[in-house]
Write a protein that binds this ligand. Structure first.
Ligand SMILES: Cc1ncc(COP(=O)(O)O)c(C=O)c1O
Length: 375
């Protein structure tokens, strides 16, 4: 089944009680037992499972081509659930420009857990290979990366990790690409993590996360326990909204990508712009891998403004259509000075602005940036 069809049909069931085509939202926290004490409909208590969450998990597993999925209350709840499954002394390999929230989870939430972490440039396969150790248990990949849009070769990472032993579980954060543009499990990666807050729900009105696995593995089973007993679960309404957003995922992601390509080309040609980071530009170092690995280049880009931090801030301030806000993947375009949100230890250049290119008409977006860059 093609992804457009899957996005509309997977995890959708006609309501047996009413025939409703759009699923009802099951707010009930508890479900009836039969006289013999069993749960014949499969649900007992909504932290453990809920019909809306089950439908969304079924849909996400199908979209990624995985065997099972787990939904969480946020993307970072997924990261917490996975890291919590590791043992003291275990080693993690993660990208040196990994989403900064992940660094905070590893360093601040699990600081006393005794984990060892190597942050490496995963676009350099030799560096990655050299970072693997006998105690490596988790390899985390993020591609395209946030906010520098670096591209990592998923097939190469999966093969090297597999070659280093069956104890290593590989996870790709697929938030920027979505399953429409990139299929990590088909590249041999074990699991895909998403902040469903972004493109999957797609309208900037839900915070959520998901973990999808290709096959049974102990970190997925431990994440399931973290979900059910730890309780970081999404509400039925959030699951329902996310499932509804997925109906239009393929159309939205392609429209975001087309707009982003045009904006990237415009920025490249602008004299006030020092560098543009967009994997769809032939000048991008990851262009060849992105072209092989992705079916489009996505709606995210970042660019560096000549003149440093103040000049970048002034461009963001001069935008009228682009909203100055964090997050990504919604209908409206967003612009953000990443270094100031990431704080004093950031590795992000001070003159960098990250853009989530929305679904407005691209000429209006280019006009807005043109005005802001002029001022
Ligand atoms: C690539 C990436 N992964 C994970 C997350 C965390 O997701 P959430 O904000 O839903 O917890 C984000 C949030 O911005 C992100 O950009």
């Amino acid at each position: 089944m093609k992804i457009e069809t899957c996005a509309v049909h997977a995890g959708r069931h006609i309501d047996p009680a009413t025939g409703a085509v759009t699923p009802p939202i099951h707010l009930s926290t508890t479900f009836e037992r039969s006289a013999d004490g069993e749960y014949p409909r499969g649900f007992s208590y909504s932290r453990e499972d809920n019909p809306n969450r089950k439908d969304l998990e079924e849909c996400l597993a199908a979209l990624e081509g995985g065997s099972q999925a787990l939904c969480f209350a946020s993307g970072l709840a997924v990261v917490n659930a996975i890291v919590q499954g590791l043992e003291p002394g275990d080693h993690i390999v993660a990208p040196d420009d990994v989403y900064w929230g992940m660094r905070r989870v590893i360093g601040e939430v699990f600081g006393k857990w005794g984990l060892e972490t190597s942050y490496v440039d995963m676009t350099n396969i030799d560096d990655f290979h050299a970072a693997l150790k006998a105690n490596t248990r988790l390899v985390w990949v993020e591609t395209p990366s946030n906010p520098l849009m670096k591209i990592t070769d998923l097939t190469a990472i999966a093969a090297l990790a597999r070659g280093a032993g069956p104890q290593i579980v590989t996870v790709c954060d697929g938030t920027f690409a979505t399953p429409v543009l990139q299929r990590p499990l088909e590249c041999g990666i074990d699991m895909v993590a998403h902040s469903t807050t972004k493109y999957l729900s797609g309208h900037s009105d839900v915070v959520g996360g998901a973990l999808i696995t290709r096959h049974d593995n102990y970190l997925f089973e431990r994440a399931r326990k973290a979900q059910r007993y730890g309780g970081g679960v999404p509400s039925p309404f959030d699951c329902w909204l996310t499932r509804r957003g997925i109906d239009t995922l393929a159309l939205r992601v392609r429209a975001h990508s087309e707009n982003a390509m045009r904006v990237a080309q415009f920025l490249c040609a602008h004299e006030a712009v020092e560098a543009v980071h967009y994997p769809g530009l032939p000048s991008h170092p990851g262009y060849a891998i992105a072209t092989r690995q992705m079916s489009g280049y996505g709606g995210m880009l970042s660019f560096q403004v000549r003149g440093g931090r103040e000049a970048a801030m002034a461009v963001a301030a001069g935008c009228e259509l682009f909203l100055r806000a964090t997050s990504l993947g919604g209908a409206h375009s967003l612009i953000e000075h990443r270094a100031s949100i990431e704080g004093p230890n950031t590795r992000t250049p001070q003159n960098l602005l990250r853009c989530s290119i929305g679904l407005e008409h691209v000429e209006d977006l280019i006009g807005d940036l043109e005005g802001a860059l002029k001022s």
